[in-house]
Design a protein around this ligand. Structure first.
Ligand code: ACO
Length: 367
């Protein structure tokens, strides 16, 4: 064995993270990280979330996709929820050790093809059912059948809790689902596009994307955000707790982003939704104090790296205010983002091109 010709070491790798690399051309969404603007098919996120229902926002995102056979996204999703409920008995028989997220993946794996529903509709419509059923199974409760007369957000909350939510709660969840529909070439969407580029089916692409989303640096942050808020406990503790965490080189969950060098616009959309729910909630007030303290501490600790509030911070506070268990935050993220994943896979497949980048070998060479 001889030394590799190039002395680049793994931790000096300038390509690590592919930052700034353009790996797809898309008409779906644009993340302008310098100016804090997120555009979904020509519309700013703040002009969609809280303004049109989730189903219409999906229709907006999917407008170029061929979804023949469904009269509307709402009807398609309602039919898909009903079809998915047939798979729920399988989830009830699954090993108890499986997490809600894994049960959702199991449900998706077992979801049969539907003669009348496009696969994207069947997949996206099924996830609320699998999420709610898996949560209830994990609590030794009976799964609740979907109600096709309801919209996705209302039915999801009803299937989770067994009672019809207030319109404010359903609107808050609906706003969240729209906010997270799509977001450029993030890790899970890239994963979905890579899998889709092999001409694997939509289901396999969504399952792979769910794997990518499960990590704490991507979709797994909101639960830890709430843990952080709980650990801080009171506004007066915020500054010292945060200084201590940064001194221990810990990351503050809900802050920082690969693309945004300013505030993530989705944070404000969710914060506005939170205020519609009632900002007098002491947890909301605590969260706002923590946000202010975190931003001040991050500015001081990392003056050269703008680190601002990301979507996960107010996701955590909003979903908590709606009464959703923190263990369900990542499953819920997948439920909303699945529409974006499907759109990206179908868009990628129109190129007919396999995604296959190169790597630079820096290991030993044979004699
Ligand atoms: N708290 C403290 N320091 C941070 C944070 C944070 N939240 N985020 C980044 N930094 C620091 C890093 O420690 C690093 O410092 P160093 O150069 O001294 O080592 C520097 O900023 C750059 O960090 P990177 O990880 O290289 O930057 P990247 O752009 O890859 O990070 C990420 C993006 C992973 C989201 C990061 O900001 C983070 O870990 N945030 C906390 C987790 C989180 O909120 N995730 C949800 C993201 S939103 C989403 O996925 C939907």
């Amino acid at each position: 064995m001889t030394e590799a010709p190039n002395p680049v070491t793994m931790n000096q790798d300038p390509t690590a993270g592919l930052e700034g690399v353009v790996a797809a051309v898309t008409r779906l969404s644009n993340v302008d990280g310098q100016n804090g603007i997120l555009i979904l098919k020509g519309e700013k996120i703040e002009d969609l979330a809280g303004k049109i229902p989730f189903e219409d926002a999906v229709g907006h995102l999917w407008q170029d996709l061929n979804l023949t056979g469904v009269s509307s996204i709402s009807t398609g999703f309602a039919d898909a929820r009903m079809a998915a409920f047939d798979v729920v008995p399988l989830l009830e028989r699954a090993p108890a050790a499986l997490s809600v997220y894994e049960l959702m993946q199991l449900g998706l794996t077992a979801l049969p093809g539907h003669a009348e529903l496009p696969e994207a509709i069947a997949i996206c419509g099924s996830l609320p059912v699998f999420l709610a059923a898996a949560h209830r199974i994990s609590k030794n409760l009976h799964p609740i059948a979907p109600d096709p007369s309801l919209d996705t957000a209302t039915d999801l909350l009803r299937m989770l809790t067994g009672s019809t939510p207030s319109s404010e709660e359903a609107d808050a969840l609906d706003r969240y689902l729209v906010t997270i529909l799509d977001h450029g070439l993030n890790a899970s969407t890239f994963t979905a596009r890579v899998i889709g580029s092999t001409r694997a089916g939509l289901k396999q692409s969504v399952l792979g994307a769910m794997g990518a989303l499960s990590g704490p640096l991507h979709g797994g942050a909101p639960g830890p955000v709430l843990d952080m808020i709980d650990a801080i406990g009171a506004p007066d503790n915020a500054a010292s707790w945060i200084t201590g965490a940064l001194a221990r080189k810990e990351r503050l969950m809900g802050f920082g982003h690969r693309i945004y060098r300013t505030r993530d616009p989705r944070a404000d959309v969710l914060k506005a939704g939170l205020h519609l729910l009632g900002a007098s909630n002491p947890k909301v007030q605590l969260a706002e104090k923590i946000e202010a303290a975190a931003l001040a501490a991050l500015r001081q600790a990392k003056p050269d790296r703008p680190l601002d509030t990301n979507v996960e911070f107010y996701t955590a506070v909003l979903l908590d205010a709606v009464g959703i268990d923190r263990t369900l935050f990542t499953p819920l993220f997948a439920t909303g983002r699945a529409a974006g994943w499907c759109a990206h896979v179908l868009e990628q497949q129109t190129t007919g091109k396999l995604i296959r980048p190169s790597s630079q070998y820096v290991g030993p060479m044979p004699e």
